[in-house]
Design a protein around this ligand. Structure first.
Ligand code: SF4
Ligand code: SF4
Length: 83
């Protein structure tokens, strides 16, 4: 399982500082940041700690089990960013 960021994301990067394993990208210092429409969780690195959830003030991050039905496409979108 991994946590998933959705299109509610406003790219303020609050979650990046909260994540203990640095699996949320692109960081603001990465070249792809400006062109990205949102942040993404690397599903192969996420340890499901949940620390990003309270950090996000935009309700953009969900545990897989809590992902709304109309947001399931973001599972693939998050993984695709790291493909
Ligand atoms: S659940 Fe934990 S490891 Fe996964 S993205 Fe959020 S803060 Fe990072
Ligand atoms: S804290 Fe929420 S809104 Fe901000 S970058 Fe992370 S997922 Fe996006």
């Amino acid at each position: 399982m991994a946590f998933v960021i959705t299109d509610n994301c406003i790219k303020d990067a609050l979650c990046v500082d909260a994540c203990p394993v640095d699996c949320i990208h692109p960081r603001m210092d990465e070249a792809s940041f400006d062109g990205a429409t949102q942040m993404y969780v690397d599903p192969s690195e996420c340890i499901d700690c949940g620390a990003c959830i309270p950090a996000c003030t935009s309700d953009a991050i969900f545990a897989l089990d809590d992902l709304p039905a109309d947001k399931v496409q973001f599972i693939a979108a998050n993984a695709a960013h790291f493909a």
